[in-house]
Design a protein around this ligand. Structure first.
Ligand code: NDP
Length: 465
């Protein structure tokens, strides 16, 4: 019997996704560049093996699929996807659908859609291996009619939030991969802010790793309840089997990255959308990888962090600061999505985006449910102005200010929290300081400015004479 869907690329994500699809009752044909991997996958599929058709040539793979065919690619992003499409397309009929489910740059997805000689979708899949296996969050992009053909499968395998599937069509072209990239940018900032609070607890307040874990575990019962806080608590509380001490203390402090955070920041600059917390998080990862330079800096200037006198900060202040930082980071991410929606003519569904992020993906959290409500009330409003979040910010920005100030006074780098605070202050200052910049620009370049008492933009200072 022909399979309902096909999947190419049985790596970490592809094999988990294929088992998830089979488990939900769909027949799936699989193909992998290295045939041995396909054989191993099938033999280890257990009771799901009967729904899996292993194939060792692309021709056999295509022949195993029900028409019109639908094929998921789960291979590394970039040229490999182009090569895989080029190898596959000549074997397919005009209605056969190729779905790139890897972490493509959305510009590539836009191009592939323009060049495609048959139906093509780009979908972002979040949640890592565990999510792919048991329910990821899925962000689809491309022609709506093509999405509708496979929506029943994608919804069936996706995570569910109180029964609602976390799989949604976001818009035309590379909209799905764009939303996935911003998800990853937000993920970078969320993780960075947690790491900064860990730094304050460790270097400023003298907490050991298990004590940090206990704090995060407690916060996971409150407004910060989220997958990232949960796993941060577990990571901090884990013992290293080799040394018997905290595992966190023996992990090298250089963070890896695959590029999606960087793409978000680059795109934000193109869109002139301010995402300073995400930018700070990407910069922090770049700096973290410069271990030798940082060691040289410590040799020249002495170690920066100095312990805070007892009572300088407490756990509740840190919790409030992190809540505010998180709100500001998501406010920036959603504002960027709104800017892209307008610039690309996509009509991105902001409340839906918050909804599909509530389960399955790495940034899943309780707060995203409140964000979905706030964006449903008014999708065009910056989240920080929605009453629920404005109340949190009113109550907590002093805590954020204290944490950022004390971190600075004690030499603890907290760039994402600090840039979150600067964003908050800029966004609540009706009369800013760009009048000085406009004066400078006019002085050296006669660029012109508007006056408070006359908003035509072609006015100049007396230096123009
Ligand atoms: P893996 O490295 O685990 O697997 C890569 C797969 O692609 C393997 O099946 C491999 O086959 C195949 N492959 C590699 N090179 C080629 C090639 N030149 N031609 C054909 N097939 C090739 O990657 P992941 O599963 O982690 O990632 C797949 C995609 O999913 C990526 O775009 C990634 O960014 C994205 N993603 C990953 C997440 C994660 O947590 N890992 C989360 C969300 C998205 P072979 O066995 O022959 O090497």
């Amino acid at each position: 019997m022909s399979s309902d869907i096909g999947l190419i690329g049985l790596g970490t994500m592809g094999s988990a996704l294929a088992l998830n699809i089979a488990e939900k009752g769909f027949g799936i044909a699989v193909y992998n560049r290295t045939a041995e991997v396909t054989r191993d996958f099938h033999s280890e599929a257990g009771e799901l093996a009967s729904r899996v058709t292993p194939t060792e040539t692309l021709e056999d793979f295509v022949a195993a699929l029900a028409k019109p065919r639908a094929i998921i690619l789960m291979v590394p992003a970039g040229e490999i996807v182009d090569a895989q499409i080029a190898a596959l397309r000549p074997l397919l009929g005009p209605d056969d659908l190729i779905i790139d489910a890897g972490n493509a740059n959305f510009h590539d997805t836009n191009r592939r859609m323009r060049e495609a000689t048959g139906p093509f979708l780009g979908i972002g899949v979040s949640g890592g291996e565990e999510g792919a296996r048991h329910g990821p969050s899925i962000m689809g992009g491309g022609d709506r009619a093509h999405w509708d053909r496979v929506a029943h499968i994608l919804e069936a395998i996706s995570a569910k939030y109180e029964g609602t599937p976390c799989a949604t069509w976001m818009g035309e072209e590379g909209a799905g991969h764009f939303v996935k990239a911003v998800h990853n940018g937000i993920e970078y900032a969320d993780m960075q802010m947690i790491a900064e609070v860990y730094g304050v607890l460790r270097d400023g307040m003298g907490y050991d790793a298990p004590a940090v874990g206990t704090v995060f575990d407690r916060w996971n019962d409150g407004a910060l309840k989220s997958y990232l806080i949960e796993i941060s608590g577990m990571v901090a509380g884990t013992t290293d089997p080799a040394t018997g001490g905290p595992l966190l203390d023996v992990i090298v402090d250089a963070a890896g990255q695959k590029g999606t955070g960087r793409w978000t920041v680059i795109e934000a600059q193109h869109l002139a959308a301010p995402v300073p917390a995400i930018e700070a998080a990407v910069v922090a990862r770049n700096l973290s990888s410069r271990r030798e330079t940082r060691a040289q800096g410590e040799a020249v200037f002495g170690a920066a962090p100095t312990p805070m006198p007892p009572g300088t900060l407490d756990e509740d202040t840190l919790e409030q600061a992190l809540i505010c930082g998180k709100i500001l980071c998501y406010a920036q991410g959603f504002t960027m999505i709104a800017a892209a929606s307008e610039a690309f003519g996509w009509a991105l569904p902001l409340p839906e985006i918050a909804r599909v992020w509530r389960e399955g993906c790495i940034i899943r959290s309780e707060m995203l449910n409140d964000m979905a409500d706030a964006l449903t009330d008014d999708p065009a409003r910056n989240l920080m102005f929605a009453p629920y979040f404005a109340d949190h910010l009113k109550a907590g920005h002093t805590a954020l200010r204290q944490v950022v100030a004390q971190a600075a006074l004690h030499g603890i780098a907290a760039p994402a929290l600090a840039s979150g605070l600067a964003y908050f202050d800029a966004m609540r200052t009706a009369r800013g300081t760009a009048n000085m910049i406009q004066g400078q620009r006019d002085y050296f370049g006669l660029h012109g400015f508007a006056r408070l008492d006359d908003d035509s933009t072609d006015q100049h200072g007396p230096w123009a004479d």
